[in-house]
Write a protein that binds this ligand. Structure first.
Ligand code: BGC
Length: 367
């Protein structure tokens, strides 16, 4: 069968042949791939950045944001049957650390995990995949068209869930989890797919959402943000130093740019007791000088928290699937407009080579 691969460390994507996978154990599920999203990580891999082949392969099949339809199930599989829609999660645990043995490879403590399509394990940009029921998340047919957003949405869900848990446990004036977000000032830096999806979650939970980016005000990203009741902050016009003056101090910052200098500068906008969650992964090794003492002084004197968050547990995928349904109810077609192009798998080069400010999420269609 056909698959799309990279040579880790070298730029370019190309087609390879892989054997069609077969069920090997009673808890295996065989899935026909329908949609696979492309994100910054895929583009980084395609540009020769971070990625690793499986031990027995000389190239890596990419793709980790998948959505497909069950073809066949092993005899012990109970959650799904042929014809059901599902997503498989990305990370596979090391098998021995506390987090992985508890089913939370997203918090693996040994670093010995693999990630499908990214790190040491073939991914989903192909025709069929087989994996264990344990990694499968059922997706209702009502959200079939946007099921491919389950993975990026799960990443945003985890980052927000962790932030809420931390703030709830330390802020004496917050009574419950909903009080952490409802009515609060929240800045999202970078309204690409992860940032925008975070915006949907935060708006749904009642936050006042400001989305910072450098696209035009009438670009699809800014329009989707305003359609869900968020305020677009045009970084070409508003300086980071002025965010606080213009919109007030932020109770929380959700960072999704991976631009290190901006990540540090944004601390200026964070208010007292504020929480800053980082999800963007900077590519490359460009060094940066920061005002260390000033940053640490402010973190301490203002009781601020900084959290890094990556990947997601199955609970976060389930939250994501439930929220996809709610986004449709609350904001109509806004969530559908996060997918700005669908490209047939044989035109994959176009998908990787042309990304414009008009793009939010590009999806490769295998179905
Ligand atoms: C993926 C995560 C993954 C991370 C690090 C992100 O693009 O969405 O699932 O853990 O990259 O490899």
């Amino acid at each position: 069968m056909k698959a799309i691969a990279v040579n880790p460390g070298k730029p370019g994507v190309f087609f390879v042949e892989r054997d069609e996978p077969r069920l090997q154990s009673p808890d295996d599920i065989k899935v026909k791939i329908l949609d696979v999203g492309i994100c910054g990580t895929d583009r980084e891999e395609a540009n020769g950045g971070r990625s690793l082949t499986a031990p027995d392969q000389k190239d890596l099949v990419i793709g980790h944001e998948m959505f497909g339809v069950v073809q066949e199930t092993g005899k012990d599989v109970t959650q799904v049957r042929a014809g059901d829609y599902i997503a498989f999660t990305v990370r596979r645990g090391c098998g021995h650390c506390d987090a992985c043995t508890m089913g939370r490879p997203d918090m693996c403590t040994s670093g010995g995990y693999t990630e499908r399509g990214i790190w040491g394990r073939d991914g989903y940009q192909t025709e069929f995949v087989v994996d264990k029921e344990d990694y499968c998340v059922p997706i209702p047919p009502e959200v079939r068209d946007i099921g491919v957003l389950a993975e990026p949405l799960s990443v945003a869900e985890k980052a927000i869930d962790e932030s809420v848990l931390v703030q709830k446990s330390r802020l004496p004036y917050v009574r419950d989890a909903s009080g952490v977000l409802a009515g609060r000032n929240i800045l999202i830096a970078g309204i690409g797919p992860i940032g925008l999806l975070a915006g949907f979650i935060l708006r749904l939970r009642g936050a006042k959402v400001y989305g910072l980016d450098v696209v035009d005000e009438d670009s699809p990203r800014a329009r989707v943000l305003s359609d869900i009741g968020g305020t677009y902050v045009d970084g070409k016009k508003v300086k980071v130093d002025d965010i606080q003056k213009t919109y007030g101090s932020m109770d929380m910052i959700f960072e999704a740019t991976g631009v290190t200098s901006l990540e540090f500068n944004l601390l200026d906008a964070l208010g007292i007791n504020g929480l800053y969650v980082l999800t963007g992964i900077p590519g490359g090794e460009r060094p940066l000088q920061v005002q260390g003492p000033d940053i640490i002084r402010r973190l301490v004197l203002n009781n601020q928290v900084m959290i890094g968050s990556v990947n997601a547990g199955k609970t976060h995928y389930r939250m994501a699937v439930a929220d996809l349904m709610k986004f449709r109810q609350a904001y109509g077609s806004a969530i559908d407009r996060v997918i700005t192009q669908r490209i047939p798998c044989d035109k994959v080069q176009d998908a990787f080579m042309h990304n414009t400010a008009e793009e939010i999420k590009t999806v490769i269609q295998w179905g």
